[in-house]
Ligand binder design. Structure first.
Ligand SMILES: Cc1cc2nc3c(=O)[nH]c(=O)nc-3n(C[C@H](O)[C@H](O)[C@H](O)COP(=O)(O)OP(=O)(O)OC[C@H]3O[C@@H](n4cnc5c(N)ncnc54)[C@H](O)[C@@H]3O)c2cc1C
Length: 502
């Protein structure tokens, strides 16, 4: 049984947003019959509802009746607990993706992610919500904090340049800063020895989702229900209906969209071990206005990193995540962990001292206390959904007519989900034989990358991967990183003991 825990640790994003939709229920009772049930109210569920509205806004036929069921408070899962980074893999995954899918396949994946920057820009402009959701585009950096990291980051950029030419449109979006002093100045990261720069965005994900849901609620097409876990969904019956069972009663529907992230396998057991959990951790720390100039990430090896951004006024909060220098000493504290109701020993202390130890020019002062998450700051955890073959599953669920899924986006959903939900929406509407007209917003964007597509073959191959061996490998790599110098200062080792793996 993998339903979301009811009492996750408090996240700054949720506490500080103070949204009226937090515990929202459109009606006291659930409707008995609808056209579409969306399970999950995170980024995937909310953008699917939004696209359903946009695709049917100009249609001649009736609009579908949509019901969204959420186990927790609205957007209480990964989207309400993440890093806020809309940061495409512009080059860094190129070698890995090229090895699996060839130069063009790798480029298609990168272009899909990069397209999210303009897609977000257009959407928030069209809806007039850019300021409300703290949306900002700019440049981001990967800061190399070791020779090992610089070799990997620069190597990835150069491999892409070699295959696609210096003037390739994606290659032109990236640039290197090779001079350490210039890299430190741009990144504001003490000890940075080189950096790769590329376009990216930042957003308050929870506010974005609540704004989209408010827009769809205002149309009258959506019934939204917080604190309503779905415990079972049936196959489609001969009469065309699917039965959705919840703790608050049963609903009949013609289609179900599984926007359930790590918890997908609770309702679709074929995804057990295929989509699984890892826990990540972040903190919010108040800073002087405009102190951090760019979003970014620090890298020591391919496991150890931190990433951060700063929110605009009046919030002026730094959101920093990673803390891998601490986590790599205790891999099982986060790998395959669902314990979102607990913070991880040593992380709050590590992150509250991070600005003073890692940012150039941070004025020494008593570090903020992070133990108690409030709207002023704090440290929290969240469950990321990982996919065993590294890519999300987006499309019709094989062998289950009327069921659609978009899940398994790992710790990297922001530059992938908006256009993935735009892909499944017309599939759902076509299944229901509803009249649709594609919104101008999605017309220009690349189609779904091949590796995201759902098929029986892909699911069966994924099920055959030895998940236990994968975990063992990851634990081993993590403990190798734990031996390196950069994981052995007092801050990183404060809670680790030599044979401590969990
Ligand atoms: C700590 C952390 C940091 C991250 N940082 C970043 C980042 O900076 N950039 C980035 O790109 N990505 C980041 N990610 C990943 C990103 O947040 C996710 O990929 C994305 O939010 C997934 O959205 P979702 O809607 O699919 O899942 P969620 O937001 O998890 O939504 C799924 C919802 O479904 C509900 N649900 C599940 N099962 C049921 C059920 N049976 N009945 C009813 N409801 C159910 C859950 O309660 C949940 O609210 C991070 C993730 C975490 C956890």
């Amino acid at each position: 049984m993998v339903l979301p825990l009811e009492n996750p640790s408090k996240s700054y994003w949720i506490e500080a947003a103070e949204s009226k939709l937090r515990d929202f229920r459109s009606t006291a009772e659930l409707p008995t019959e609808v056209d579409i049930v969306i399970v999950g109210s995170g980024y995937t569920g909310a953008t699917t509802a939004y696209w359903l509205h946009k695709y049917t806004a100009k249609g001649k036929g009736p609009s579908p009746k949509i019901l969204m069921l959420e186990a927790r408070d609205i957007c209480g899962g990964a989207t309400g607990r993440n890093g806020g980074q809309l940061r495409p893999h512009a080059y860094s995954r190129y070698p890995k993706w090229c090895e699996r899918f060839g130069p063009d396949g790798a480029l298609a994946l990168i272009k899909h992610e990069m397209a999210h920057l303009s897609a977000f820009k257009e959407l928030v402009a069209e809806e007039g919500i850019a300021e409300e959701v703290c949306f900002k585009l700019g440049e981001t950096f990967d800061a190399a904090m070791s020779d090992e990291a610089w070799k990997r980051l620069k190597g990835a950029y150069e491999a892409m340049k070699r295959d696609h030419g210096a003037n390739g449109d994606v290659v032109r979006e990236c640039r290197l800063i090779e001079d350490p002093a210039a890299a430190e100045e741009f990144t504001q990261m003490k000890g940075c020895i080189g950096a790769v720069i590329h376009p990216a965005g930042q957003i308050w994900p929870y506010k974005f989702i609540h704004a989209l849901l408010r827009i769809v609620l205002d149309t009258g097409k959506l019934n939204l229900q917080a604190h309503t876990p779905v415990t079972a969904v049936s196959e489609r019956g001969a009469d065309g209906w699917i039965t959705v069972t919840t703790a608050r009663g049963v609903v009949r529907t013609k289609a179900v969209v599984h926007a359930t992230n790590r918890w997908a396998s609770h309702l679709l057991p074929e995804f057990t071990k295929v989509i699984y959990q890892n826990r990540a951790t972040l903190a919010a720390i108040k800073a002087p206005e405009g102190f951090i100039k760019h979003t970014g990430a620090q890298h020591w090896d391919d496991i150890v990193n931190n990433y951060h951004l700063q929110l605009p006024p009046p919030y002026n909060t730094i959101i920093v995540g990673g803390a891998k220098q601490v986590l790599c000493h205790k891999p099982l504290s986060h790998m395959r962990s669902d314990e979102e109701d607990k913070i991880i020993d040593g992380v709050a202390d590590f992150l509250r001292t991070w600005p003073a130890s890692d940012i150039v020019g941070w004025e020494e002062k008593e570090p903020t206390e992070l133990a108690l998450p409030t709207k002023e700051g704090g440290n929290w955890t969240g469950t990321e959904s990982s996919s065993i073959d590294s890519f999300p599953f987006v499309g019709s669920v094989s062998n289950r007519p009327g069921h659609f899924i978009a899940a398994g986006f790992s710790g990297h959903g922001m530059p992938r989900i908006l256009l993935s939900s735009a892909h499944i929406t017309p599939l759902v509407l076509a299944f229901l034989k509803l009249d649709t007209s594609p919104p101008a917003l999605v017309a220009a964007y690349p189609s779904l990358p091949e590796p995201f597509a759902v098929s029986i073959e892909r699911i069966e191959l994924a099920q055959k991967i030895d998940a236990a061996a994968r975990l063992e490998e990851s634990v081993k790599s993590s403990l190798e990183s734990a031996k390196k110098t950069f994981c052995n200062d007092a801050r990183s080792r404060s809670t680790a003991s030599p044979d401590d793996t969990n």
